[in-house]
Design a protein around this ligand. Structure first.
Ligand SMILES: N[C@@H](CCC(=O)N[C@@H](CS)C(=O)NCC(=O)O)C(=O)O
Length: 199
């Protein structure tokens, strides 16, 4: 097994799904958190001047989506066959497309309000569709077995929760699924011990 080091800012953001995968897999790694003041010195050392970067035996892999898919593949969280993996990826991309519209870093209150309204509309639409399909399926997880899509859903719910902690209650089956994921022993342990951050 290679040695893993995950480098990112001290937030959940684009690194948390990777951290959740490590937690669920029970895999040791270095959770390296770089402060904004230390970042300018580190930036030129990274492949594209951005984080997160996963170092696999010191070989850097940037791009959060590539990192997550690589880890999901390594730790058998991408579904049992390529067709399921395609649907896992599709669902993850759809969730991401909606949630990334949230204005995490916007300082202008007026722009923030507008962006938040547009994001909530997209979230309502996308998560409403996923809720309906999941509710009708009667499954325990989004697919036949736990996949990284379930971990992604947990992280998306937390990102949404930063703006409205009750919004996910509009999607009761997904809300119950998230509670189940949070209760998986390794995930529960990580949620209890991880650094407390806003998003
Ligand atoms: N597509 C990239 C985007 C990475 C990205 O935007 N990283 C931001 C933090 S979330 C960053 O490194 N910002 C600092 C900078 O660009 O100097 C990914 O998903 O990894």
């Amino acid at each position: 097994m290679p040695k893993y080091r995950l480098m990112y800012f001290p937030i959940k953001g684009r690194a948390e799904v990777a951290r959740l995968i490590f937690a669920q897999a029970g895999q040791e790694y270095e959770d390296l958190r770089i402060s904004s003041s230390d970042w300018p010195a580190k930036k030129p050392e990274t492949p594209f001047g951005q984080m997160p970067v996963l170092y696999i035996d010191d070989k850097p892999l940037p791009q959060s989506d590539a990192i997550v898919r690589y880890l999901a593949r390594e730790f058998k969280l991408e579904g049992p066959d390529s067709m399921t993996t395609a649907y896992v990826d599709m669902l993850v991309m759809s969730m991401k497309e909606a949630v990334e519209k949230l204005p995490f870093m916007e300082k202008d209150e007026e722009k923030k309000k507008k962006a938040k309204e547009a994001a909530f509309e997209k979230i309502d639409f996308t998560f409403g569709k996923i809720e309906k399909k999941f509710k009708d399926s009667g499954k325990e997880f989004l697919f036949k077995e736990l996949t990284y899509a379930d971990l992604y859903l947990l992280q998306m719910s937390e990102a949404i929760g930063y703006f409205d902690k009750d919004l996910m209650k509009k999607f009761p089956s997904l809300d119950a699924l998230i509670a189940r994921v949070k209760n998986l022993p390794n995930i529960k342990n990580w949620l209890e011990k991880r650094p407390n951050t806003d998003f």
